[in-house]
Design a protein around this ligand. Structure first.
Ligand code: GDP
Ligand code: MG
Length: 313
């Protein structure tokens, strides 16, 4: 009888875990997640605070599965709605096996933001990767300043990249792979998302709203998918758009319904691209006064409401 020696070409262990994307609103977290996954899952707009809830995207390569948590940005929360977004981001920090902190190289961090980052990271003992994003538009001085900060504050070498142009993504993926703990995959290898399709449908409608309307309107509308009938062709989708004020209802509907028809067209295109099928989309605008400030409404819409504030106005 001979002793079994492990064969040298034995497969590497599986690595699996949660990768939390953290950073201020507009740093490029959603763009980065889409770029890593290779599909548009998380909505992206030039406006700050478009990611309201966690978006989970899954990327699986040969031996590694990363479950990305794209979070709302770290911000100084001024109201219940913003506190809910902050809570969502902090919860993801607690859950992450790896934290990818994105810093926008074109827009220096203020001291208050550095403090907020420090506080958030104190919740976690996960491995930290610091990414300097938007190097395509940054100055060498801007990049150097962040590198020095990352070295001094966290003792890490920051990685420069452009989420938008896909530069540095492979290097980041290599770092993430090395940092993930060993363990079996959590999802089937061909899954890219953990949320139901209707969540993404709501998100694409919100993205279309951000693109079409100005000022505060996009921040006051939440899309809830009321019906989703896949067995029909085209797929039948009915969505309710909840607004805070009557004036916003008027803006969304527009003169003789022109605005809402345009919104229907652009939303439908995004949804069809995502699900790869023809869609019939029906939009209804509904008034829900102050939903952003009411814990009950936020909870019903699936937001993470800070503890003890569910019934607050
Ligand atoms: N120039 C440049 N713009 C970027 C890059 N990554 C993201 N952006 C832009 O920054 C804005 C905010 O991006 P988004 O992903 O929504 O940021 P998030 O709020 O952190 O999720 C969008 O207009 C993106 O196109 C990048 O690498 N370079
Ligand atoms: Mg985002």
């Amino acid at each position: 009888m001979s002793l079994e020696t492990p064969s040298p070409d034995m497969e590497a262990p599986l690595r699996t875990g949660y990768v939390t994307l953290l950073g201020r609103p507009n740093a490029g977290k959603s763009t980065l997640m889409n770029s890593l996954i290779g599909q548009k899952l998380s909505i992206v707009t030039p406006k700050a605070q478009t990611t309201w809830q966690r978006v989970t995207g899954i990327h699986t390569t040969d031996r590694t599965q990363a479950v990305f948590l794209d979070t709302p940005g770290l911000l100084v929360a001024k109201d219940l709605f913003q506190r809910s977004m902050l809570e969502e981001a902090l919860e993801a920090v607690r859950e992450g096996d790896v934290i990818v902190l994105l810093v926008d190289a074109t827009d220096p961090l203020h001291q208050a933001e550095k403090n907020a980052i420090g506080e958030a990271l104190s919740l976690s003992s996960a491995q930290l990767i610091v990414v300097i994003n938007k190097i395509d538009e940054a100055t060498p001085e801007g990049i150097a300043a962040i590198s020095e900060w990352a070295r001094a504050e966290f003792d890490v070498e920051a990685l420069g990249l452009s989420a938008l142009h896909g530069r540095g993504i492979a290097e980041l993926w290599a770092e993430i792979q090395a940092a993930l703990p060993e363990g079996p995959f959590l999802y089937p290898a061909d899954d890219i998302a953990a949320a139901p399709v209707r969540f993404f449908v709501g998100e694409f409608i919100r993205e279309a709203i951000f693109e079409q309307f100005r000022e505060e309107v996009p921040y006051s509308v939440f899309a809830v998918i009321d019906e989703f009938r896949e067995e029909q062709d085209p797929v039948y989708i009915k969505a309710d758009l909840f607004v805070e004020r009557n004036s916003q209802k008027g803006i969304l509907v527009g003169d003789r319904g022109t605005a809402i028809r345009e919104l229907g067209r652009s939303s439908r295109k995004k949804i069809e691209e995502f699900i790869g099928r023809r869609v019939y989309l029906e939009l209804r605008v509904k008034l829900r006064p102050k939903w952003r400030r009411r814990g009950k409404d936020l909870g019903r819409f699936g937001f993470r409401v800070p503890v003890g504030q569910a019934g607050n106005e």
